[in-house]
Design a protein around this ligand. Structure first.
Ligand code: ZN
Length: 291
């Protein structure tokens, strides 16, 4: 059986793996050539050639626009507007699948992680940014605009006085879920409340009012996902997924916001942690199909 090669193209590092079935047979991490598109193509090509034959899936920040075929919405801005997929296919001489990194995370956890066996899985990244991806019956749902699951730039539902003024978001809107639920957002909210400047992980470790506000906002934001998608499992990823209390507090808090007498949806830790992005990229070539 052919190897499945996965590449996670991050802002600061590029990671590559090769899967033989579900078994990892190669892994390498290199520094990303920041700001240099040509060097990015060369670095990915070198990694794939080092592994050899196999299918190639790539996870990127942002996605390939179905409208133009070019990268859009990437915070690694040197990728924006570039024909990444076409350039890699030309240099490598084989088809390449490119997907949003949160989608890769969701696919990894749905395939052989915390969402394995569930009919509907929603994967959430709570890191420097906030993103999401959905997998239904083992298949990634990407959508006609390639934005399925992009819930981080919806407005925070039912804002209260405590949520005002709506924070400005880099996307040009205000009050986006990301502006409350990213790691930097927790850090900023804590500084607003207390005047104390701490990293998100330090704020979470205090288990104080700032974390309570975060949990309550996360509950509202996820309840709106449950009302639309009704997933069996929501898997958290990104740095905030390490905060143990979220898995007990948030499901307790989301009950009052979900339109159902009973909520069976589970909130789960990721099985593969940081490795889910690159594993999901490899699984882009087993997206509910047979090789
Ligand atoms: Zn936004």
């Amino acid at each position: 059986m052919a190897l499945r090669i996965g590449i996670d193209l991050g802002g600061t590092k590029i990671e590559a793996i090769a899967l033989d079935g579900a078994r990892e047979v190669f892994r390498k991490r290199i520094a990303a050539p920041r700001g240099d598109y040509a060097a990015t193509i060369s670095a990915i090509t070198a990694l794939v050639r080092e592994i050899g034959e196999g299918t190639v899936g790539i996870g990127i920040p942002g996605c390939i626009s179905p409208h133009t075929g070019l990268v859009k919405g990437a915070n690694s801005t040197w990728l924006i507007g570039k024909p990444l997929k076409q350039d890699l296919e030309r240099v490598l001489g084989r088809p390449v699948r490119v997907e949003n990194d949160a989608n890769c995370f969701a696919l990894s956890e749905a395939t052989d992680g915390a969402g394995q066996g569930a009919a509907v899985v929603f994967g959430v990244i709570l890191g420097t940014g906030v993103g999401g991806g959905m997998v239904v019956q083992g298949r990634l749902v990407t959508g006609v605009n390639a934005i399925a699951g992009e819930w981080g730039h919806n407005p925070l539902p039912a804002p209260t006085a405590q949520d005002l003024p709506l924070p400005a978001c880099y996307c040009g809107r205000a009050g986006c879920i990301e502006t409350y639920l990213s790691g930097p957002a927790l850090s900023r909210d804590h500084a607003l409340l207390t005047g104390e400047h701490l990293e998100a992980a330090q704020v979470a470790a205090l288990q104080g009012k700032s974390l309570e506000r975060y949990e309550e906002r996360l509950a509202r934001a996820l309840a709106s996902v449950i009302n639309v998608l009704d997933p069996e499992v929501i898997v958290l990823g990104g740095g905030m997924s390490n905060v143990a209390r979220l898995y007990t507090e948030v499901p307790r808090l989301w009950r009052r916001h979900v339109f159902s007498d009973h909520v069976a949806t589970r909130l789960a830790r990721p099985t593969h942690g940081d490795a889910s992005g690159v594993r999901g990229a490899a699984w882009l070539w087993d997206n509910g199909e047979r090789l």
